[in-house]
Design a protein around this ligand. Structure first.
Ligand code: HEC
Length: 174
């Protein structure tokens, strides 16, 4: 605890030095970002068809969501809620976001299937949502953006035999 004043002074100096923009609190420790190899390995653990997704296309498709959603851990809610950790989380549960009654009372946990249906047509999937988004008619684009979100929002596959999605050792060649 004796370190705290020093740390605060350093933070203070850093804030003063760069004047602002570092206004984000040093919140909970964040997970290190996945490397490209770890993303590929995680992708491979997803059930079909998501394991065949094109992450680069998913990122492009996500451009349609970015004006309303952040996906980084601890990222702010904007017009829509922050989506970090959305898979496995109850609908309407992002901290500090004011959802419509429709989403608050949806009563399901987000998984790929629910997101696929939501993104195909947000309005008909949940009547009364305030997500004013036309939807993504193309199934491949939906597959890719869902896989992209899984890889980018801290999704971890249920532990089976192995605990972490560590990349497999390169096969030894004959
Ligand atoms: C015009 C702004 C806007 C765009 C674009 C948009 N969203 Fe949303 N999104 C919202 C709003 C607003 C909500 C909250 C809906 C409610 O409470 O009814 C929401 C809710 C959600 C939720 C539910 C989150 C939760 O915690 O239950 C998901 C998942 C989601 N959006 C995914 C997406 C994805 C993926 C895209 C891009 C393909 C996208 N959204 C595009 C505004 C937007």
């Amino acid at each position: 605890m004796t370190r705290a004043p020093i740390a605060l002074t350093i933070i203070g100096l850093a804030l003063a030095a760069c004047s602002q923009d570092a206004s984000q609190e040093p919140a909970r420790p964040t997970r290190p970002a996945l490397t490209a190899e770890q993303k590929t390995a995680l992708l491979a653990t997803l059930p079909a068809p998501y394991n065949a997704a094109d992450l680069a296309n998913g990122q492009r498709v996500f451009a349609r969501c970015r004006s309303c959603h952040t996906i980084t851990e601890g990222g702010p809610n904007m017009t829509g809620p922050n989506l970090y950790g959305v898979f496995g989380r109850a609908a309407g549960a992002a901290e500090g976001y004011n959802y419509s009654t429709a989403v608050k009372q949806a009563g399901f946990v987000w998984d790929a299937d629910h997101l696929n249906n939501w993104l195909e047509n947000p309005r008909t999937f949940l009547k009364g949502t305030k997500m004013s988004f036309a939807g993504i008619p193309d199934a491949t684009d939906r597959r890719d953006v869902i896989a992209f979100l899984k890889v980018e929002t801290g999704f971890a596959p249920a532990p089976t035999s192995a605990t972490a999605p560590t990349p497999p050792e390169p096969a030894t060649r004959p």
